[in-house]
Design a protein around this ligand. Structure first.
Ligand code: BEZ
Length: 181
């Protein structure tokens, strides 16, 4: 039996929030959500690219049977509204908050309800499936106000490895970028 954790405002990060949360939290725990796959299928004109040269950032696509590993953050009641306001503003280009179950790491039987930001297929920046080589070529040269697109990919790949989460899509894009030099 899975045991729900006691109360808490949980936010699940699967992209840059895994390695750079940039908000106040009281606890963080690696975990996974079910039924979603991470894909670099969202054009970024405001963070890791520009309107003239959009980069590629992550969204989640529905994928039955898939697990997506990342980081859960528990946020204090007193600051949760402000944290969400900041994230809503930061992720205004197509992302929406979705509530889902978060399963804490392998040996734990605990779960929580967490909020996650997803940019769905009807948002104007959604690219849909693109070849890994094309995504990597774009990410290798794009940069925007939040920094280089390649950093976004490579830091996530390192963080997932550190926490023991495999993600073939992220690893493939990171490998092509690294091999391009
Ligand atoms: C994240 O890192 O989990 C994240 C991805 C896209 C939008 C907001 C957050």
């Amino acid at each position: 039996m899975l045991e729900p954790v006691r109360d808490g405002n949980w936010i699940f990060g699967y992209g840059s929030l895994v390695w750079r949360p940039a908000f106040r939290y009281v606890e963080r725990r690696p975990g996974q959500i079910r039924g979603y796959a991470r894909r670099f299928w969202q054009a970024s004109t405001d963070h890791r690219g520009t309107p003239e040269a959009p980069g590629r950032v992550l969204t989640l696509v529905e994928a039955e049977g898939e697990l997506c590993g990342g980081m859960g953050y528990r946020v204090d009641d007193a600051v949760m509204a402000d944290v969400l306001t900041d994230l809503d503003h930061r992720e205004k280009n197509g992302y929406q908050r979705v509530s889902t179950s978060l399963y804490f790491d392998r040996e734990s039987r605990e779960t929580a309800v967490a909020l996650v930001y997803i940019a769905g297929p009807t948002n104007p920046h959604y690219t849909g499936p693109e070849p890994v080589e094309d995504i990597a070529a774009i990410a290798a040269r794009a940069r925007g106000p939040s920094g280089e697109n390649r950093e976004y990919v490579l830091e996530l790949a390192r963080a997932l490895e550190r926490y023991g989460y495999r993600d073939e899509h992220v690893e493939a894009v990171a490998r092509v970028i690294t091999n391009r030099g």
